[in-house]
Design a protein around this ligand. Structure first.
Ligand SMILES: *[C@@H]1O[C@H](CO)[C@@H](O)[C@H](O)[C@H]1NC(C)=O
Ligand SMILES: *[C@@H]1O[C@H](CO)[C@@H](O)[C@H](O)[C@H]1NC(C)=O
Ligand SMILES: *[C@@H]1O[C@H](CO)[C@@H](O)[C@H](O)[C@H]1NC(C)=O
Ligand SMILES: CC(=O)N[C@H]1CO[C@H](CO)[C@@H](O)[C@@H]1O
Length: 336
């Protein structure tokens, strides 16, 4: 090994240890559609329609730029080896390694999830494709270290220009769901479902909205095209608070809220849940349904059956032992 690459390798070992990542959902380049279809770690891929997981979710390999927050920006000249010129400086070093591929998640009219394979439970109201964080093939294994104390959930989201959304609908795209079906926090897009249907789309339909457990909006960001929207949510599982960080593309994350109370969330294991990301599209009211059915968004309502999608990268859960990572190998103290 040449001294220079040895130096790079050592630097990365040190950097990796300095920032404990508890679960890494940044898809490595050796993660393929075969792994996805097998529901292999780090993703449980069963929340989808009747086709195999790789019908709805694609790993984009080297054809697409993941968020430049944690990987180099391929659209810029690369300082990267092997063989090429490598100038090692602390500020460049975090950008020396491409660590992940983009994950493209989509829905179509076949995206009817049938929990437990029992057709009586078919979720005809929703169209959904989600990946869930898991360890050793079970999401419960993540709870003891990722959902106690204070942890940070990182994710970056981008529009997929080839698969536009319909902003008349509500989309739930990232959330932690305890068994009562509530969300510790959630990211919402589009027009929230109402019965009766109001004027669509609502004024802020194109904003990414960070919701707390009581569905109060903590932060919004215009979901503009062609940029990665980097979000992180710091969850204090004991004090029941949430704090939000945001940035675009390679800009360092910035705290955009303080630690806000989220006291309606349950305590202890009742408040812990599955960490989902993907596309969950709610229906619109079907005027022909009975009023009970009109409110049953899981099973009833109308859907256009269109193919729609989102791009994801930069997904991981980190310990806050050493603060909160903000990019460029830097971190900030806990948000209070
Ligand atoms: C990818 O490579 C890493 C490092 O060698 C290995 O630990 C992991 O199991 C591989 N993943 C797959 C899906 O092959
Ligand atoms: C994509 O890029 C990664 C990182 O540079 C590399 O390890 C991988 O071999 C590349 N894959 C292909 C198919 O070229
Ligand atoms: C979409 O799927 C639903 C439920 O399976 C079906 O009733 C409907 O006809 C389909 N719509 C289109 C446009 O294919
Ligand atoms: C930010 C905030 O206060 N969020 C909610 C957390 O839970 C409490 C109790 O239900 C709500 O009142 C808050 O709106």
């Amino acid at each position: 090994m040449a001294p220079k690459s040895l130096l790079v390798a050592l630097f990365f070992v040190v950097r990796a240890l300095a920032k404990p990542v508890l679960w890494d959902g940044r898809a490595p380049f050796n993660f393929t559609s075969v792994n996805l279809d097998a529901s292999a770690d780090p993703y449980l891929s069963v929340v989808k329609g009747s086709n195999k997981a790789s019908h709805y979710t694609q790993l984009l390999g080297n054809t697409s730029n993941s968020t430049p927050l944690w990987s180099p920006d391929r659209s810029l000249p690369q300082p990267i080896g092997p063989g090429g010129p490598v100038q090692i400086t602390p500020s460049q070093a975090p950008h020396l390694e491409l660590i992940e591929q983009v994950i493209a998640v989509s829905i179509d009219n076949s995206s009817v999830f049938v929990p437990g394979g029992n057709t009586a439970n078919s979720q005809y109201g929703f169209r959904r494709t989600e990946l869930l964080a898991q360890r050793n093939s079970d999401w419960h294994n993540l709870l003891p270290d990722t959902q106690t104390g204070i942890t940070v959930f990182h994710f970056s989201i981008k529009l997929d220009p080839a698969k536009p959304l319909n902003y008349n609908h509500e989309y739930q795209i990232v959330f932690i769901e305890p068994s009562d079906g509530s969300h510790v926090f959630g990211i919402q897009l589009g027009s929230p479902f109402t019965n009766p249907t109001g004027t669509l789309p609502v004024a802020n339909a194109h904003d990414l909205k960070v919701l707390d457990h009581a569905k109060k909006i903590l932060y919004t960001a215009a979901f503009t095209a062609d940029v990665w929207h980097n979000l992180a949510v710091q969850v204090d599982w004991s004090k029941k608070t949430l704090a939000v960080l945001y940035s675009k593309d390679g800009a360092e994350l910035q705290a955009v809220t303080k630690a806000l109370p989220n006291s309606s969330a349950a305590s202890g294991s009742t408040g812990q849940g599955e960490f989902h990301f993907g596309v969950l599209k709610l229906p619109l009211v079907n005027p022909r349904d009975t009023n009970d059915h009109k409110n049953d968004v899981v099973h009833y309502g109308t859907q256009e059956g269109t193919t729609e999608g989102l791009l994801y990268s930069g997904i991981f859960i980190e310990s806050t032992k050493d603060g909160v990572s903000i990019g460029n190998g830097r971190s900030i103290p806990l948000i209070v």
